[in-house]
Design a protein around this ligand. Structure first.
Ligand code: HGY
Ligand code: MN
Ligand code: MN
Length: 408
């Protein structure tokens, strides 16, 4: 069985061209670019007889089941949405690897005892609503309609309506959830997004644990006033208070081995240089592979922001907008993948993932595992994200051999 390198390269070239920005890839879920890519991929899967379902939030499940088996499916896949000005490979690599695996199984008429299902999770990056893994949380019933009514776009549109307006009908009773009745396991191939494999010169990473995370939204309410005629001591400046919070939040993870804290999204209103900021909203992203650290740091972060708000005589609202637990990959799947990597003569190591991934939401319902291919320089969520095509090919081949071993 041989993967078709040119076909895979063409897939990458077409899909990475579907971006709303020149700089990097910007393909948010439910955007026109996203809809085109969905069409492109599902067409290819329909042509080889896969049965396609799309659920209320836009998750795609494409079931390749040539012998109409009623055994449990092996799930493979990832996401196709990006962060703004993101890279070409985050999510897309695993999605296209899975598409190629199914096409090769089809072309070689491989006899399979389990269907193979490509899952494309919607809104993994959370670029629309500021909360990651909406699709995989929905498909595993971790979130529902009510939760989608509490998330908003930057223009204050309710997530539920935003998704509806872009053509996805809400019919939860008909949705095809992952609950373990029809699913055997899930394997996700992804770029590492860190620099360990590249630095060590290894071809592959086999993930052991995926970091958990909390996304906490802080809304600081001050009083807008004139930047020139308002003496400093009479100000209730929401941006000044937020600035102190953001700086001191970064110190909360000092002394922890793997905890990280980030404020990467902020909005200020009225956002005028001669107006004292009335309101500043920012998200805190807290992660670690040790669950109790995430919980401890999150509590400290909330206390710190509340204290600074009081000292600055501004009001504050604290809201948890997203959360996912630390998960550990299935040991037997990890062993199967590592054995196959060694058979394929691919240098590899077991490692953790600081990035979160959709398969973490399926973990605990079904066994899951992840294969990492190296990110050059460890750069990701950036236009300069890059991975050698030879490393991608090795990863796809490993996924193909692993899938074939499990299902045939
Ligand atoms: O944020 C993450 O770790 C993922 O890329 N959404
Ligand atoms: Mn990703
Ligand atoms: Mn990402």
């Amino acid at each position: 069985m041989k993967i078709n390198e040119n076909r895979l390269a063409n897939d990458f070239n077409y899909i990475t061209s579907q971006s709303s920005t020149e700089l990097g890839c910007t393909r948010l879920s439910y955007s026109s670019e996203d809809l085109k890519v969905r069409e492109y991929i599902t067409e290819k899967l329909k042509n080889i007889g896969a049965e396609i379902t799309v659920d209320s939030v836009g998750n795609i499940r494409a079931k390749y089941n040539p012998a109409n088996l009623n055994t449990k499916s092996l799930l493979i896949g990832s996401h196709i949405d990006t962060v703004p000005n993101g890279g070409k490979y985050d999510g897309l690599t695993g999605t296209l690897a899975s598409l190629e695996v199914i096409r090769v199984l089809y072309e070689n008429h491989v006899e399979i005892k389990h269907p193979v299902e490509l899952v494309i999770f919607a809104e993994e990056e959370g670029s629309n609503f500021g909360s990651t893994m909406i699709g995989s949380k929905y498909i595993t019933k971790k979130i529902n309609l009510d939760d989608l009514k509490k998330l908003y776009t930057d223009l204050d549109q309710i997530a539920f309506e935003y998704i509806r307006e872009r053509g996805f009908t809400f019919a939860p009773e008909k949705d095809n959830y992952v609950d373990g009745t029809d699913e055997l396991a899930m394997i996700e191939l992804h770029v590492e997004q860190g620099g360990i494999l590249d630095k060590k010169g290894l071809s592959l990473g086999i993930v052991q644990a995926i970091a958990g995370m909390n996304t906490i939204q802080i809304k600081v309410k001050g009083v807008s006033n004139h930047a020139g005629s308002t003496p400093m001591k009479y100000r209730k400046d929401s941006l000044l208070a937020a600035g102190e919070m953001i700086y001191k939040l970064s110190k909360l993870v000092e002394g922890y081995e793997s905890a990280v804290i980030t404020v990467g999204k902020i909005s200020v209103s009225p956002n005028a240089s001669n107006v004292i900021a009335a309101e500043t909203i920012f998200n805190i992203d807290i992660r670690d592979v040790v669950q109790e650290n995430i919980d401890k740091i999150s509590e400290k972060a909330k206390e710190l922001c509340i204290e600074i708000a009081a000292n600055n005589e501004v009001e504050i609202e604290v809201k948890l907008v997203g959360s996912s637990k630390v998960v550990h990959m299935d040991e037997s799947l990890v062993n199967i993948i590592q054995d196959q990597a060694n058979k394929n003569n691919l240098s590899n190591m077991r490692m953790n993932s600081g990035a979160v991934h959709d398969n973490a939401m399926l973990n605990g319902i079904i066994p899951t595992a992840m294969i990492f291919v190296p990110s050059i320089g460890g750069i990701s969520h950036s236009p300069y994200e890059d991975t050698k095509f030879t490393d991608i090919l090795a990863g796809v081949e490993l996924l193909l051999h692993t899938v074939a071993k499990i299902v045939s």
